[in-house]
Design a protein around this ligand. Sequence first.
Ligand code: NAD
Ligand code: KPL
Length: 305
Amino acid sequence: MSSTWHILGAGSLGSLWACRLARAGKTVRLILRDEQRLRDYQSAGGLTLVEQGRPQTFAIDAQTTADSSPIQRLLLACKAYDAEKAVASIAHRLRPDAELILLQNGLGSQDDVAARVPLARCVSASSTEGAFRERDWQVNFAGHGFNWLGDPANPLAPTWLDDLADAGIPHEWTPDILTRLWRKLALNCAINPLTVLYDCRNGGLAEHHCEVATLCAELAELLQVCGQPQAAEGLENEVQRVIQATAANYSSMYQDVGNGRRTEIHYLLGHACRTATRHGHPLPHLERLYRRLVEHLNGHGLPSD
Ligand code: NAD
Ligand code: KPL
């Protein structure tokens, strides 16, 4: 079954998905915040995808959240802290059997969205693809990666996965999407905050081996306690592998802080610490790391929620 891909959030990842789907001949509609953004987009003439230095522009149709046309399938591609509000702005347009694909990193925002639209099917994604914007309406495809997709409430794979295959979007359906999301959250918690606090590239954490190991041990405990033992398996080894493999890179959180952008801390380290508290399981090093990061962000005039 093919139907329109409505995409809410024309940022890095949303634009990357929009361009690849449009290139494969799928019907795509961007949903923009307001009339001003729509005019800006229209005067740019479309979305441009830059792959290996080669730009290609796609004149994808766009509308605002105020449009009245119904939505069957929605790719939600905003940051975790914007997700619930963004969905609320189009909730009245969702068909009763609508499907949402949630691209947000971390955990917590998916539940907030699902609670807002209880009738819709919410499919979560865990993406390791890399995309960034140097200007509005242009996205650079930075790093090849993978997309895990799954619905914690329903293991049945949706038919629109064929569209992703046609569009060359690397993906696999998994009944264990929560395990994937928890594993990525744990990797992000072990690496990203320390790169901010030590002001270093990922590779700089090789000098903080013991601290990383202590955090991994606590994160593995947390994963056991909250019923995700598989996500805990070999965590420290993978963290050390990622540190080496991405040694020259700055973590996404480091880049956000460096560019004065709000981070997704609430849905990463914040979610980990809240979950530990809920289970009555103290994780002193992780909690201290969270306090240090909150102080650091506040010191830089950035929100910590
Ligand atoms: P982004 O900031 O580039 O894009 C988000 C877009 O959503 C922005 O254009 C913003 O204006 C828009 N938006 C927010 N609220 C809106 C609303 N109410 N109505 C309309 N538009 C709205 O973010 P991104 O980098 O694409 O990240 C999106 C999610 O994907 C994040 O959770 C991120 O962690 C995750 N992710 C990103 C990458 C990447 O390489 N960029 C990789 C993996 C995961
Ligand atoms: O996913 C990452 C990020 O920068 O957000 C890495 C560094 C690979 C793991 O935390």
